[in-house]
Design a protein around this ligand. Sequence first.
Ligand code: FES
Ligand SMILES: [Fe+2]
Length: 373
Amino acid sequence: MGTTARDERRQTLPGHVYTDPAWFDAEMARVFRAMWVVVARGDEIAAPGDFLVREIAGDSLILVRGQDGRVRAFHNVCRHRGTRLCLGEGGHAAGSLQCPYHAWTYDLTGRLIGAPHMDEVEGFRRDDHPLHPVACETWGGLLFVHTGRDPAPLASQLGGLPARFAPWGLEDLRLVRRETYHVKANWKLIVQNYNECLHCPVIHPMLNRMHHYLGAENVPTTGTYCGGAMGFREGVETLSTDGRRRRAYLPGLRAAERARVDYFAIYPNLLLTLHPDYVMTVTIRPRSPLETDLVADFLFHPEEIAKPDFVFEDAVAFWDGTNREDWAISEQSQLGIASRAYTPGPYSAREAQLWEFDQWVVGKVDRSTDDIS
Ligand code: FES
Ligand SMILES: [Fe+2]
């Protein structure tokens, strides 16, 4: 089918949505502070007392594993005079978190358990001043938080994805390698780039030897994700530097899932790429309209990791190279879009997911009657 009249009206977004700080702030309020977002992996804070500090959409959050094994999230704000409670990126708390200013102390459930000199204040009750909680849930080994008011459960955002991805056994996989990137491009360009392979023959010589670039079978886009699967070219068994698979298939996979890679953008900040023998997650952390931090995690099955001849470098090298190609072209996109000469351009029929994502973001941000919290 050729391009339809409808497709010709589908255009890229105006430049200001990639450059304007006010638009970016609205995205943080109406998308990132109004949805479940990925902040970390559960195994980063495996033991009771382990904690992490993460900044997401303008909020500094503490994620801490309690004595009961549950991870809880709190705003990193002391209830005395507001000081940041935890400095740095995280660590281990032996049963409590103490503010570095006047030593107010909270247990791992956020309850205030020590407040020097406050007992003499009439009417003061410790129970009235717990840390401000943030909703925190786990799926597939990932920690999600929702900083908005009265969030619906994470399951309502993920829809059918947990069932679709059950065969990969995400919660059983372990982090072997993390690569982090600072990219001078708007976060939406990262999502858009992930959702089309028209650039694959041009940008990705290695990836193009693994898949046919027009071979994607996409699922219908929903309000919380888009994605699909791509089969391999003849003789290719996984995405590695040479297409060879050096690890056993993930144990839950059936024949169809062993023969493809699933690519899903789970809005707003998770790119999930599932291979026959390993999984890569890319977490998107917008810093400003013009800058985005990206965290790529490479996950493998514990039985493979335990083998004396376990290797992972072929998978990491493949994706580190391919990801850098994507980040570099996204930076060039950002530069062109920021130019005063830029005007919206037409999408092809094979860029439907990009247009749908654009409309989704604009629909969220343009709800001008809503409060921005
Ligand atoms: S501001 Fe935290 S104890 Fe005073
Ligand atoms: Fe790409």
